[in-house]
Design a protein around this ligand. Sequence first.
Ligand code: ZN
Ligand code: ZN
Length: 121
Amino acid sequence: MDWFWWVLIIFWTGGFAWAAENVRTALRNRHERKLQLLEAAKQERLAIEAAHKPPEPVCGCTHHLAKHDKQGQCHERVEVPTAWDENKRPLRYEAGRCNCQQYVGPQPLSHVFAEDLTDLA
Ligand SMILES: [Zn+2]
Ligand SMILES: [Zn+2]
């Protein structure tokens, strides 16, 4: 057989495997890059949504602003421990009122209703 055929056979077998491997790697890389892009886009969208959304008006006592009256006192019902074991772990609870005296969470933005400007002239 001519030497040319040997070169061709070696190129076919080795070359094909090499090319296939390269294509596989390239495809995998592209797939990973696409996933990363998707993930980045998702993070960005979540960040934008979070920035536009006002913070939850939740007080330091973990209760919602709506549970506080105008004076700031919290009216949420809570479980107050009435008995403890020797390790200071509460054994019994009694229904009580939250001790919070003032709402300290973020204030929700007041929704101002603006009427359409009417042309008085
Ligand atoms: Zn509170
Ligand atoms: Zn409270």
